[in-house]
Write a protein that binds this ligand. Structure first.
Ligand code: NAI
Length: 346
């Protein structure tokens, strides 16, 4: 009948819509520092992400090889390598998401703040270019010290008149990934959920360095009812020192790169899903915030078509977490102010 023919045609056209390119929007992602320890595996993971249509790999050296290599993978994203400052504009133009893992990593005995002098300048110059070439892109800041580099980025964007606080994110996902892993190893959560790490959740708030990293194990799901206060303290310390654990194990060859690339890919994917209008995308991130008296703070954030839709509150804290929160504020405040001062003075 005519009716069933129309129904068939309707089904065919909605199938076409499902698979046509306009059902998955074009999205360009740029990675700045793409030839580095984080940049290379992150380039690989973003090449595997079906939400990415264009992948721009930028560094001061070495991106031609990374781009040729990753570009041979038969997934959707078109890959291009860009090298040197004169190609930075082309790398950035049209980007929806810019991920920044550029800069030096820690060596044993160093704190993240020891990286400040080198990385602050790198972040400042890269953000100046972002303001010029892709001012409305979502920025995922990985370069350390995140507690200072995010405020630096905000000042650079303010000066350029392009600052949108909804689009600037410090990537703290690795702290969440570590908290989930350590928690699952320790808590006697039901085995079914244990096997699927993805079902375990632990919010991590504050900042991204030492005691400013505050995992909220009291809010972990599924609840680890058998955890003692001592267990929680040990898990908290291991999460705070997770980066140092890797730095020491690598003995001078850098800091976390593979787990960081994984975490960076998770966070960028969440940003892309938000941009594409997927509902209920929530991740922890270090953002401009008014949930405490500090101007930047990491907490759960709901992501949407324009970046941050809502910075979620901390929820109920245990006494131990309340104490951790008060203890971290002076250090986090100082790191934020150091970043702002650097950007204003330079
Ligand atoms: P890496 O030294 O292996 O790679 C850094 C890359 O940045 C190099 O390829 C270098 O050429 C490039 N670079 C330097 N100056 C640049 C510039 N002006 N423009 C573009 N690229 C530039 O270091 P790795 O291990 O990849 O770490 C990168 C950063 O990520 C470090 O600051 C590190 O502390 C940070 N990090 C952050 C984490 C987080 O959780 N947010 C976790 C682990 C590391």
């Amino acid at each position: 009948s005519v009716e069933s023919a129309l129904r068939r045609r309707g089904a065919a056209s909605s199938n076409r819509r499902l698979f046509s390119s306009d059902s998955v929007p074009e999205r360009k992602v740029a990675i700045l520092g793409a030839a580095g320890g984080i940049g290379q595996p992150l380039a690989l993971l973003m090449k595997l992400n079906p939400l990415v249509s264009n992948l721009a790999l930028y560094d001061i050296a070495g991106t031609a090889g990374v781009a040729a290599d990753v570009g041979h993978i038969n997934t959707r994203a078109q890959v291009a390598g860009y090298v040197g400052e004169e190609q930075l504009g082309k790398a950035l133009e049209g980007s929806d998401v810019v991920i920044i893992p550029a800069g030096v990593p820690r060596k044993p005995g160093m704190t993240r703040d020891d990286l400040f002098n080198i990385n602050a300048g790198i972040v400042k110059s890269l953000c100046t270019a972002i303001a010029k070439y892709c001012p409305s892109a979502v920025v995922n800041m990985i370069s350390n010290p995140v507690n200072s580099t995010v405020p630096i980025a905000s000042e650079v964007f303010k000066k350029a008149g392009t600052y949108d606080e909804k689009k600037l994110f410090g990537v703290t996902t690795l702290d969440v990934v570590r908290a989930k892993t350590f928690y699952t190893g320790k808590a006697k959560v039901p085995l079914r959920e244990c096997l699927q790490l993805i079902d375990v959740n632990v919010p991590v708030v504050g900042g991204h360095a030492g005691i400013t990293i505050l995992p909220l194990f009291s809010q972990a799901t599924p609840a680890g009812n058998d955890l003692s206060t001592e267990d929680i303290k040990a898990l908290t310390k291991r999460t705070q020192d997770g980066g140092t654990e890797v730095v020491e194990a690598k003995a001078g060859k850098g800091s976390a790169t593979l787990s960081m690339a994984y975490a960076g890919a998770i966070f960028a994917d969440a940003c892309l899903k938000g941009l594409n209008g997927v509902p209920d995308i929530v991740e922890c991130s270090f953002v401009q915030s008014s949930i405490t008296e500090l101007p930047f703070f990491a907490s759960k954030v709901r992501l949407g078509k324009n970046g941050v839709v809502e910075v979620l509150g901390l929820g109920p804290l245990s006494d131990y977490e309340e104490e951790g929160l008060e203890n971290l504020k002076p250090e986090l405040k100082a790191s934020i102010e150091k970043g702002i001062k650097f950007a204003r003075d330079n």
